[in-house]
Design a binder for this molecule. Sequence first.
Ligand code: GLN
Length: 288
Amino acid sequence: MPSIKQTLSNAVNQLNTHLTDSDTAKLDVQLMLEHLLDVNHAWLISHAGDALTEKDDEVFQALLQRRLNGEPIAYILGEREFFGLPLKVTSDTLIPRPDTEKLVEVALDKIPDQADFLDLGTGTGAIALAIADNCPDVTVTAVDFSEKALSVAIDNAAALDIQNVTFLQSDWFDALDHQRFDVIVSNPPYIESTDAHLSQGDLRFEPMSALASGEDGLDDIRKILDNVLVFLKPQGWLLFEHGYNQSQAVQDLMADAGLVAVETIKDLGGNDRVTMGKNSLVVSTHWD
Ligand code: GLN
């Protein structure tokens, strides 16, 4: 049987030959081996001369084949870290992105100590769990249209022992009755349905319903804005993640929906990424 070291260099060569759009071949292979052998990085390096068992080699070749087919490493490992939290991910959920950590940072800045927080389209639960973990006195509600995504989010909350989140199956606001929130966030689908990237790279493997949103990518943002004032407390904030070239359109839609103090924040890469707006009401109107 080949050693860990031989397996690693063989696999890296194959990935570099066949998967030319990836510049993380070595890291990917190390992560797959660590995952398979259930060891950390230091162990893998210090045992580089050890031979793999036949069974481990067989399972490794199957993992490598998935990566050679272009499947994202997060799906192969079944895990991705977000805002310091290890999250289970499956092909039913979007893979949490570092860009989305900016949305969490801005939301943390806006949220009062004791507050009601809503995450629309929670997927793995990434945003909701990051907020709930950082704000134990905040009551978090997280909704998703997909039952399968919700069950991943519920597993993540349980594994992390985060208790201040309620998960709900809902098409945006549909299942929420007579509730108002201090902060509402969403990382909705926002890619143009004709964007060629949808059939390339990682995106091919991710749920289309979490990525694409009509001709200009803004259908779901418009849908959410249709109802948002009903669900925002006076002075409450709405925050959207959106595409790098959508800030002006999202700002205009937010202003049209009656939100004020509309502003866009850039992500770590310097791209416009998060746009927010506030409910201008100072006193709540009552539900009838
Ligand atoms: N940020 C993702 C991408 O462009 C899209 C995520 C989304 O549509 N919410 O790859």
